[in-house]
Write a protein that binds this ligand. Structure first.
Ligand SMILES: *Cc1c(COP(=O)(O)O)cnc(C)c1O
Length: 400
């Protein structure tokens, strides 16, 4: 049986493609022609629009969510001698930033069905040195925030939300970004809203916002745009040594129009999600859990579990076979304790976090983007069926 002859697609479907339209392109060109390409009026407009979209009070546009997590930890005063609790099922940046501010990351295992961090697991990890918890709203579903906020109030520690997946996610009627926490969003090209690279930190706390505003740009008390605009003064004071984590106008130019199409893109993502749910339901796969009541899913990542006991192949074999069918897939994520640095630095063993370990070996993310055409989605579904059961539709054997 020759795979080459029976491919459904002759072009590779990348795992993720940003949905960028003519409006983004025109706005970007406008920035380039205007002569003002770094932080300026478009960043200010995008920041305000984003804060309004999530229902947040203060927002700071940044170069990435990784920068945002770094600044959030610093602004909350987290450093050496402190412990920060988070989930082992996240991108490395979440844990890296805790380590880079000199604090000790502590992992609380996830729920094996919802894949979100569990309040009881967090509670079991709290010590006298706990200063913060970073909640990850995994795949765009909302983690159960209320019991976590209660734990933080009782223990007097900060809650930071890694909301990289959660632009548009709602918990009990409010968007992520509107809670009494510091939340950090990502605009990486794989995320639901993109600016190429970029991030946004949102907080209701004016002191946290003030510190983030200084730290994001050299510790300067005014940004360049205000200094060099006609009414500005080129003078500035350094209040503290800061980083260079500002977003540029050429990024915000893209973001402004991404935000205008966010509702339409959400509808399209939900439609694709529902199709996957429907057309993959009879396969030996574990499909994503339904969203919890009182939440609204951002439909960021459609992750299925390939359990070798049911599917007769491993996740890695599944990935290889899908790639041969010209379909790109992703892994979100391997459990954090499998990485050698964390093992040697913190003594973590993957088997101590059994749910994350197992999910990390079985999870695979199918393409999900507002950019996908119906035919692309059909191709993904046919490829998954072929790889798992040798059938392209229910009951219909492959042509080969
Ligand atoms: C993408 C991502 C980040 C990092 O975002 P960047 O904007 O690329 O820095 C952090 N945490 C999670 C969970 C992510 O998915």
């Amino acid at each position: 049986m020759s795979a080459e002859k029976t491919l459904f697609r002759d072009t590779f479907l990348p795992f993720s493609r940003p949905a960028i339209g003519d409006a983004e392109i025109a706005e970007l060109v406008d920035s380039l022609r205007s002569g003002w390409i770094t932080t300026g009026p478009k960043v200010e407009r995008f920041t305000q629009m984003f804060a309004q979209y999530v229902g947040g009070k203060h927002a700071a546009a940044l170069s990435s969510a990784t920068a945002g997590l770094h600044l959030a930890l610093l602004a909350h005063g987290i450093g050496p001698g402190h412990e920060v609790i988070t989930t082992p099922l996240t991108f490395a940046a979440t844990v890296n930033m805790i380590a880079l501010v000199g604090a000790t990351p502590v992992l609380a295992d996830i729920d094996r069905h919802t894949l979100q961090v569990r309040p009881e697991q967090i509670a079991a990890r709290i010590t006298a040195r706990t200063r913060a918890i970073i909640v990850v709203h995994y795949v765009g579903d909302a983690a159960d925030l209320d019991p976590i906020l209660d734990l933080a109030r009782t223990g007097r520690f900060s809650v930071i939300e890694d909301a990289a997946h959660a632009a548009g996610t709602e918990y009990k009627g409010k968007r992520i970004g509107a809670f009494d926490t510091t939340s950090v969003f990502s605009f990486h090209p794989n995320k639901n809203i993109t600016t190429g690279e970029g991030g946004m930190l949102v907080t209701p706390d004016p002191e946290i916002f003030e510190r983030v505003s200084l730290l994001k740009f050299h510790g300067m008390d005014r940004n360049a745009w205000k200094r060099f605009a006609k009414q500005g003064s080129p003078r500035y004071d350094i209040a503290m040594p800061g980083y260079k984590y500002n977003m540029m106008d050429i990024q915000a130019a893209i973001g402004l129009h991404q935000l205008r199409r966010v509702a339409r893109n959400w509808d399209r993502r939900q439609e694709i999600w529902a199709r996957y749910d429907r057309e993959l339901s009879d396969l030996p796969l574990v499909l994503p859990a339904a969203p919890e009541p009182e939440t609204r899913h951002a439909y960021h990542l459609y992750t299925v579990l390939v359990d070798p006991d049911r599917a007769a192949i491993t996740r890695d074999e599944f990935i290889g076979a899908m790639t041969r069918e010209n379909i790109g897939v992703g892994v979100h994520y391997q459990s954090i304790p499998v990485h050698p640095y964390y093992q040697s630095q913190f003594g973590w063993r993957p088997e101590d976090y059994p749910n994350s370990f197992r999910i990390g070996q079985q999870t695979v993310s199918l393409p999900l983007s507002a950019k996908l055409r119906d035919q692309d989605v059909s191709d993904v579904i046919r490829a998954v069926r072929k790889v798992l059961v040798g059938q392209t539709a229910r009951g219909a054997p492959c042509a080969n």
